[in-house]
Design a protein around this ligand. Structure first.
Ligand code: PLP
Length: 446
């Protein structure tokens, strides 16, 4: 037997992954014929559900015209259409869009673009990217120095530069006696101190997930946070990069999660996952036309991949975003998200192990604790969130779980169904979730 992806990433003795054979709407089917509700939209990415006929048609149409021509020599219509659509939907004057194959590539391109912009403006000394703990920004060696989660980095530590980190305002886990605003004050002072300690002339950018992804369990910061982050960045000439790879493309109820706090406009935004609904590999870097003009005057962006601006990926993404607009899926994320959140809050009243329910739109997480009055976590060996996910699977529901490095920031399950989910499917999702949760409570008690 040839070893495959699952064998690379799992330890010996791990149960083989089931084979997926088909997907439609919010459901996927395995090779035994079992149907599962995709409650975390794959990797929080299948935003318009599986096998959407309009997206399949758009991809077929493009495949019939041309599938590939090297983007270093050829432009293509879907690339042009998607860039214009993203400029309009992101609404912050991003007159430049650079397409790659996924989230890590988008963040790599973003930090390299920021660096080239700084160099083209005579700021050669700026190269450090400040980021936050916990966070996830991607799997490449450069991004391991920026991702704030030691779990991913351990084996590769000598191979990358560890960039400065500051705390995420983890409101639920704040020390007793601190208010949410105290947490923001503390995090902002730490950011400013870090920039000063490193030397502002060396700091290129601050990279954050404006609404947390799996790394923080859909963390939403108080409104003052982003405004004050922008002020600190401006004070020291530091660029602000929003990693909207998971939170972008409508999932939180607005096109960018950052749009919830419109007075903070980041200099660069990265998108992936939901931007193409996972119909084809695609990541995007959005920036202002001025920045790209400066880089061009200095000789052009020294970066690119074989699959940059791939016509089929761009056509898929353009249609996914059309569906999001035509079917009012952002408004739907807001209204259905409110229904789900209220139901999860009610569930919290019936369970001692739901610590927190948080998120925006259809980007939500449920934090699991051993005891929600003390916020005490379960022992690491129990892998509680992962086990609940497995029990939910027995009830026909797929959920993405995460326990952060050593569990020190907590563990959660992501409740992020496709934006196309209907009310009956929501009912099914929540019934299965509660069944899995209660089964775990019984296991843990006995
Ligand atoms: N940034 C965030 C916030 C993510 O959630 C992810 C993936 O989960 C990435 C970056 C990396 O994206 P990819 O897995 O497509 O390389």
């Amino acid at each position: 037997m040839t070893l495959r992806y699952q064998h690379f990433i799992t330890p010996h003795g791990t149960v083989e992954f089931p084979k997926v054979v088909r997907g439609e709407g919010v459901y996927i089917w395995d090779s035994t014929g079992r149907r599962l509700l995709d409650g975390s939209s794959g990797a929080i990415s299948v935003n318009v559900g599986h096998a959407h006929p309009r997206v399949l048609d758009a991809m077929r149409d493009q495949m019939g015209k041309i599938i590939y021509a090297h983007s270093m020599r050829w432009d293509n219509d879907p690339n042009e259409r998607l860039a214009a659509r993203l400029e309009r939907m992101s609404d912050w004057g991003y007159g430049a869009a650079f397409f790659v194959s996924g989230g890590s590539e988008a963040n790599e391109a973003a930090i390299k673009l920021a660096r080239q912009v700084a160099v083209s403006r005579g700021q050669d000394s700026r190269y450090k990217i400040v980021s936050r703990i916990p966070s996830y920004h991607g799997a490449t060696t450069a991004l391991l120095g920026i991702t704030g989660d030691p779990d991913y980095a351990a084996a590769y530590r000598p191979m990358f530069v560890d960039m400065p980190k500051v705390d995420v305002p983890m409101i639920y886990r704040r020390p007793a006696g601190e208010t949410a605003e105290d947490v923001v004050d503390r995090c902002l002072s730490q950011l400013e101190d870090t920039i000063l300690r490193e030397g502002p002339e060396t700091v290129l950018a601050f990279m954050i997930e404006p609404v947390g992804g799996v790394s923080t369990g859909a963390l939403v910061s108080p409104a003052s946070y982003s405004t004050r982050v922008r002020q600190v960045c401006d004070r020291y000439g530091v660029m602000l990069i929003y990693d909207e790879i998971m939170s972008g493309a409508g999932r939180t109820g607005k096109f960018l999660a950052g749009h919830h706090w419109p007075d903070c406009r980041p200099d660069i935004v990265t998108l992936a996952k939901g931007v193409s609904g996972s119909y084809a590999p695609l990541g995007a870097v959005l920036a202002s036309a001025d920045m790209v003009s400066d880089v061009r005057r200095a000789g052009g962006f020294k970066h690119g991949h074989t699959y940059s601006a791939n016509p089929v990926s761009c056509a898929a993404s353009d249609m996914v975003l059309r569906v999001v607009e035509d079917d009012g899926l952002m408004a739907r994320a807001t209204s259905l998200g409110a229904i789900i959140k209220a139901r999860l809050e009610a569930m919290k009243g019936r369970s001692t192990i739901i610590g927190d329910v948080r998120g925006l739109g259809l980007h939500m997480a449920v934090e699991i604790v051993a005891d929600n009055s003390s916020k005490e976590p379960f022992p690491a060996a129990m892998r509680a969130a992962e086990r609940i996910g497995m029990l939910c699977r027995d009830h026909g529901l797929l959920l993405f779980s995460r326990r952060t490095a050593g569990g020190s920031f907590g563990e959660w399950l992501m409740i992020c169904p496709p934006l196309t989910i209907n009310e009956a499917e929501i009912e099914e999702m929540l019934t299965s979730f509660e069944a899995g949760l209660h089964e775990f409570e019984r296991e843990a008690a006995g």
